[in-house]
Design a protein around this ligand. Structure first.
Ligand code: DAH
Length: 365
């Protein structure tokens, strides 16, 4: 240690004596070896090599010595400082490596640990498909119309040219509500929304209506007492079957892919005349080599829905003048469309609420 130089000797200054310097070296090396971490080592560096360290203070005394003694002492101090700095650097490397190792262990994230994050649920694939369909009609200038699922018998049947004794009523097995004299049903089709729309607004009418419908069907792989349809209705001046065909071709190509068209087969629906069944070109084999196609089962075409030119009797029942206006209508099964779009053999998973099914269609939010 430096201090008042009471025993000043021009040849030997106490702090520069060999034993003193050796002691400083030993003390420094011992402290370096004992430094357990980088913070401790930092303190050791300050204590043993800093401006106020014994070595630095001793170094300052060198100038007071005569030349030869100055050289010896200079060498001694220089070597000692070199050795201490080397030891510091070596310890620094060791402690840094230890520190890094510890960080790796302490801050490891075990990606295999079970998560506690709760699922937020999923939007139902049928909801997504209904919205997709509605969107592509909205893009053509249509509006989305809605109606109740508990519906007046008159709107579900009579207004649509299905009178009480009409044989086609039995095509749709109906859930009746009680008491029967109220004549209220669970709607068997989305077609009553046609009647509701015409009764509440004036042409031109361009509406699309996706929604739930109900029939007393057994629940199996291809039937469900509740399923989904999308209804379309156009009423305007000069509307023809050609407009219907063009609209459905566009609808098919948007839903199933470019170049997927439709074909009409003559059919009967009370609310349209003429009426047609609509088939969509098989979007897998494109009717090129249908024999081995599993999607259309060798047909080249897939049944998609019904359509036609709105029967003038329906226009009249709903307050629209058939001598001025004409229209077209169509109705498709959304679940059916979804099934063949995704090659689904069994529709039941669509109604059983397992989020793993929904999320497999990329519908999780
Ligand atoms: N509502 C019919 C059904 O459930 C489908 C349908 C056929 C709707 C022809 C229409 C149509 O609008 O024009 O079987």
């Amino acid at each position: 240690m430096s201090g008042p130089n009471t025993d000043y000797d021009p040849v030997e200054v106490t702090p520069l004596k060999a034993e003193q310097v050796d002691e400083m070296r030993e003390a420094a090396l011992a402290a370096i070896a004992a430094a357990a971490d980088l913070d401790a080592l930092k303190q050791v560096r300050i204590d043993h090599t800093g401006d106020r360290s014994p070595l630095a203070l001793a170094n300052r005394e060198i100038g007071a010595l005569p030349p030869q003694a100055r050289k010896d002492a200079g060498q001694r101090i220089g070597q000692t400082r070199g050795a201490v700095n080397q030891a510091l650097a070596a310890r620094q490397v060791v402690l840094e490596a230890e520190h890094e190792e510890r960080m790796l262990v302490e801050e490891t994230v075990d990606v295999s640990l079970p998560t506690t994050r709760a699922r937020r649920g999923g939007r139902h694939p049928l909801t997504l498909q209904s919205e997709l369909i509605a969107d592509l009609f909205v893009a053509m200038g249509y509006e989305v119309a809605e109606g109740p699922v508990v519906e007046a018998e008159w709107l579900n049947f009579d207004a649509l040219n299905l009178g009480p004794d009409h044989p086609a009523r039995s095509m749709q097995d109906t859930f009746w509500t009680e008491p029967a004299e109220n004549h209220v049903v669970l709607r068997t089709q989305t077609s009553p929304v046609q009647a509701r729309t015409m009764l509440t607004r004036k042409p031109p009418i361009y509406v699309v209506c996706p929604g739930r419908v109900f029939r007393t069907d057994e629940y199996d792989a291809t039937h469900s007492p509740m399923f989904h349809q999308v209804e379309g209705l156009v009423v305007d001046e000069g509307i023809t079957m050609a407009h219907l065909k063009g609209t459905l071709d566009h609808f098919a190509s948007q839903l199933f892919g470019d170049g997927i068209t439709t074909r009409f087969r003559p059919s009967y629906f009370p609310f349209t005349e003429p009426s047609a069944e609509v088939d969509v070109l098989c979007f897998v084999c494109r009717n090129v080599d249908p024999a081995s196609c599993r999607t259309c089962r060798g047909e080249g075409w897939i049944e998609w829905g019904g359509c036609g030119v709105v029967n003038p009797r329906v226009l009249t029942a709903c307050g629209v003048d058939p001598s001025v206006y004409s229209g077209f209508a169509f109705g498709m099964g959304i679940d059916r469309s979804f099934m063949f779009r995704h090659n689904l053999e069994d529709l039941r998973p669509l109604f059983e609420g397992d989020v793993r099914f929904s999320s497999s269609f990329g519908s999780e939010i």
